[in-house]
Design a protein around this ligand. Sequence first.
Ligand code: NAD
Ligand code: DAU
Length: 341
Amino acid sequence: MKNILVTGGAGFIGSAFVRHMVTTYPEYNFVCYDKLTYAGNIDNLLPVSDEENYRFERGDVADRASVRRVLQQYAIDTIVNFAAESHVDRSILDPDAFIHTDVVGVYILLDEGRKHGIGRFCQVSTDEVYGDIDEGLSLEDDRFLPNSPYAASKASGELMARAYCVTYGMDTVITRGSNTYGPYQYPEKLIPFFTTEAIDDRPLPLYGDGRQIRDWLYVDDHARGVDRVLHAGESGEAYNLAGENQRYNLEITRRILEILGKPQSLIRFVPDREGHDRRYAMSAAKARALGWRLTFDFEAGLEATINWYRENEWWWRKIKTGDYLDYYKHQYAERLESAQR
Ligand code: NAD
Ligand code: DAU
């Protein structure tokens, strides 16, 4: 491993991975390849922009010619694919871009990677491929039951990686992360959305009864988990990166308001997300056996995250304009009209 292509590295988790890897491994070269969609943000990479072992190339993972050029130009031997459309609500409004990036894009990366003769290919996936589980913990060999267009697109990407491993002998590994939070997360996802809305004393639209359960993982622990699987994972295997920290959405929302010193009356119970999964929960035993350890406690991680949004308004205020406001209106205006306190 010498020249690593990190696709989707300008997004939330991809940029945390790039920031971690560029400083931890000065002996490797990193090329971040990203389309810079609404969720991609070059500001996320400012901390490494002057590093000698880091380059940025703008491009689409589904653009075969562009992918080929970058693989050749930088003599890439390893790919870590974070590139995705990642927001469930947007996949319900319009699945098109999800098929383009999360299905076709993964296929193009695998196919061009194979022809170029790369070594390891790491596909970053999600606990959502298992679907809703009532009780217990999902294990890596459990069946896939994806419920949203987003989850189905991620499951498809994984299956293609598996097929390239079995059929062509490609060296693939897969990570399945749980709900991730931390600095630099686009403010459409629960924690940064509610934090930035609450800072401005605006209502927080909680779906359904707010009793859905997610398993929360701090972004730097997620990035280190991908690093561990990349270096130590067995070819053809998948690894759950679980936060082992299950919380109700309502509990998190209440805590965000408490930390910010804002009134609980900002909470609005709005009509539910269609097909909304009630609970995700995975076992992290297999990744732990590779030596991966969680280092962030949720309470401390949440406070650090909220403080980051408090102190970095320059980062998120410019995002919450233009197209963001159109999306907000589309997703929430009607819901908030029929909201209950
Ligand atoms: P994000 O939406 O913040 O970032 C996605 C990045 O991919 C952006 O920089 C975007 O510009 C880029 N991108 C999108 N389409 C592209 C294309 N066609 N070509 C090149 N680049 C493109 O996402 P995230 O939250 O950082 O998630 C990263 C990965 O981790 C995704 O694969 C996601 O499915 C997975 N994941 C996310 C979470 C989570 O809680 N956020 C949890 C588990 C797994
Ligand atoms: O589980 C891993 C997944 O976590 C990742 O694969 C996805 O990329 C990531 O977006 C995330 O998906 P979720 O749908 O769980 O995340 P989101 O932040 O959108 O929602 C978290 C929970 O909060 C979910 O139960 C829906 C609820 N929610 C979310 C929003 C945005 C609300 O109640 N109101 C909201 O406005």
